[in-house]
Design a protein around this ligand. Structure first.
Ligand code: AMP
Ligand code: TRP
Length: 328
């Protein structure tokens, strides 16, 4: 069975973009692949986080992994920091990547372009730790949203370079980008990606939002004056975004939704999207509450970490031998 790995960096509460673009796909994949799903807690701290808030976000994220359907009997579910070998290999990754490559990573480049200051070395080196996450578990596939594709490509480049230098060591991973829903947009500004670091709370639906409030957010989503439900990202980004949301939650193809709404207004359309979102949140939150009340989180993460450590240790040993840092 091919191995798949992915992680989410919960610097805030998980939102519908994370769910549709990432988490929900992990759940689907756990039946087809040997799935490693982790919480990228070390990636969170590349920007200062209030410790108490971080802890809560991490716990919620872990609970939401399970609530959304990740099954500890099928997938290896763990926290990044519980596998110390990852940080160690991260250093080796940093020594096998170039400044020029990191300079070209959009997340970093965008911050520089915006004139942001106080960028940590951790944020700059972020993709090298991510490469370590990917390569240490010999992942064949890495499902991510569009914004993370470049980081997976860097991991590939490092793997190929390392294999050329030191002999066959790493599996060269492939990014997997979902067709629909790879980029869910902000409801108030559909030209921007829905994101937790968002200023306007109205543009982002959190998985733990009160379902009624989430409904309101959909009903007041920005659309346009064209008045036709059709998929035109360029001229009707708001409607296109709602179509993507509905289609990915209900599995109905966008074409078919568009046909059903021929001659109807945005009101009916939004109502249907709101219904789908509300129902999905209720389902997720019911599970989330059950998981927290049963107190199973700690043991799930512990067991996941044990499995992940076994794989990671093997890779690290092999790498250290190849590069010559181990005397015996
Ligand atoms: P992040 O929130 O940046 O840690 O992202 C976690 C995962 O969710 C990554 O695979 C992202 O690409 C994906 N993701 C984040 N925001 C969105 C969005 N608005 N639409 C689709 N996928 C997203
Ligand atoms: N950088 C990813 C994000 O922001 C999280 C992440 C860390 C990740 N390591 C990874 C994703 C390895 C896939 C594979 O969401």
């Amino acid at each position: 069975m091919k191995r798949m790995l992915s992680g989410i960096k919960p610097t805030g509460q998980l939102h519908l973009g994370n769910y549709i673009g990432a988490l929900r796909n992990f759940v689907k994949y756990q039946d087809e692949y040997e799935m490693y799903a982790f919480i990228a807690n070390l990636h969170c701290i590349t920007i200062y986080q209030d410790p108490q808030t971080l802890k809560k976000n991490l716990r919620d994220c872990a609970a939401l992994y399970l609530a959304c359907g990740l099954d500890p009997n099928k997938a290896v579910i763990f926290q990044q920091s519980d596998v110390r070998a990852v940080s160690q290999l991260g250093w080796i990754m940093a020594c096998n990547s170039y400044q020029g490559e990191l300079n070209r990573q959009t997340q970093y480049k965008d911050k520089i372009a915006k004139g942001e200051t106080g960028i940590t070395v951790g944020l700059y080196a972020y993709p090298t730790l991510m490469a370590s996450d990917i390569l240490i578990y010999n992942s064949d596939y890495v499902p991510v949203g569009e914004d993370q594709k470049q980081h997976v490509e860097l991991a590939r480049d490092i793997a190929v370079r390392f294999n050329n230098r030191y002999g066959e060591t790493f599996v060269v991973p492939e990014p997997v980008i979902a067709q629909v829903g790879a980029r869910i947009m902000d409801l108030q500004d559909p030209t921007r990606k829905m994101s937790k670091s968002d200023n306007s709370d109205k543009g982002c639906i959190y998985l733990l939002d009160d379902p009624k409030r989430a409904r309101k957010k959909i009903m007041s989503a920005v659309t346009d004056s064209v008045g036709i439900v059709q998929f035109d990202k360029e001229n009707q980004p708001g409607v296109a975004n709602l179509l993507q949301i509905l289609s990915s939650l209900t599995q109905e193809p966008i074409d078919s939704i568009v046909k059903r709404f021929e001659g109807k207004g945005y009101g009916d359309f939004k109502k249907e999207v709101a219904d789908a979102v509300e129902a999905e949140l209720i389902k997720i939150q019911t599970e989330y509450n059950r998981i927290l009340s049963e107190g199973i989180l700690e043991s799930v993460l512990k067991e996941g970490a044990e499995k992940a450590n076994r794989t990671a240790e093997k890779t690290l040993r092999k790498v250290q031998k190849k590069i010559g840092v181990e005397i015996f």
